[in-house]
Write a protein that binds this ligand. Structure first.
Ligand code: ADP
Length: 201
């Protein structure tokens, strides 16, 4: 039996969604599609896309919806995403939700679950400050962090209303140990009948 899981992980900057997304995707055997990672990889390699978006990322602004959506379409059209994927960082506003929904509808599919990692603003600010010293991400300056959190609250949080109306949002307490949080997510997904294909047998 193969399990297909089409997942989206959402949370404020510093919520740990990148880390948890990788863990969950690994257990389900599905690829992580992280728009932030795609942009950063292109910047690092100096591709034309990288050159186009480098200043946008440094300021903490959003890359234009059309461009981002096209990149995600291409990525989700690859074979390894056919039976499932975990999106991290996309969709990030309601226009991107509309793009994604029409792309999935064309293929007769839809998201199965949206994992919302809930972390208080103070905690996420603390984690981001730590990450800034550890990873040195160029958009982890106080200005860019504040700007990204504002965009999250203004543009990204409203996408939860759209998915909430579809009954697919799982709100997960994002405070605790990494393992505890992974277990909480796995339990919520299992309750929806979404179980890893490779389970202990
Ligand atoms: P964070 O959640 O900490 O802001 P991400 O890695 O998700 O980190 O995103 C980093 C940056 O990449 C964003 O600030 C934005 O500039 C760009 N980006 C990522 N995803 C999107 C998206 N869906 N739409 C537009 N821009 C995006």
């Amino acid at each position: 039996m193969t399990t297909s899981a089409r997942l989206l992980i959402v949370g404020p900057q510093g919520s740990g969604k990148g880390t948890q997304g990788v863990r969950i995707a690994e257990s389900y055997g599905i690829p992580v599609v992280s728009t932030g990672d795609i942009f950063r990889a292109n910047i690092k390699e100096g591709t034309p896309l990288g050159q186009q978006v480098t200043q946008i990322l440094d300021k903490g602004d959003l890359v234009p919806d059309e461009l981002t959506s096209e990149i995600v379409r291409d990525r989700l059209s690859q074979d390894d995403a056919e039976n499932g994927f975990l999106l991290d960082g996309y969709p990030r506003n309601t226009a991107q939700v509309a793009h994604l929904e029409s792309f999935l509808a064309e293929r007769g599919s839809a998201l199965d679950a949206v994992i919302l990692l809930d972390v208080p603003r103070e905690e996420s600010l603390e984690r981001l400050t730590l990450r800034a010293t550890e990873q040195g991400r160029s958009d982890d300056t106080p200005e860019a962090i504040g700007h990204r959190l504002d965009i999250y609250e203004r543009e990204t949080a409203p996408i939860l209303e759209v998915y909430g109306a579809k009954g697919i949002v799982d709100r997960i307490d994002g405070v605790g140990s990494l393992d505890e949080i992974t277990s909480r997510i796995a339990e919520a997904l299992a309750a929806r009948g979404l179980r890893p294909a490779v389970s202990a047998s």
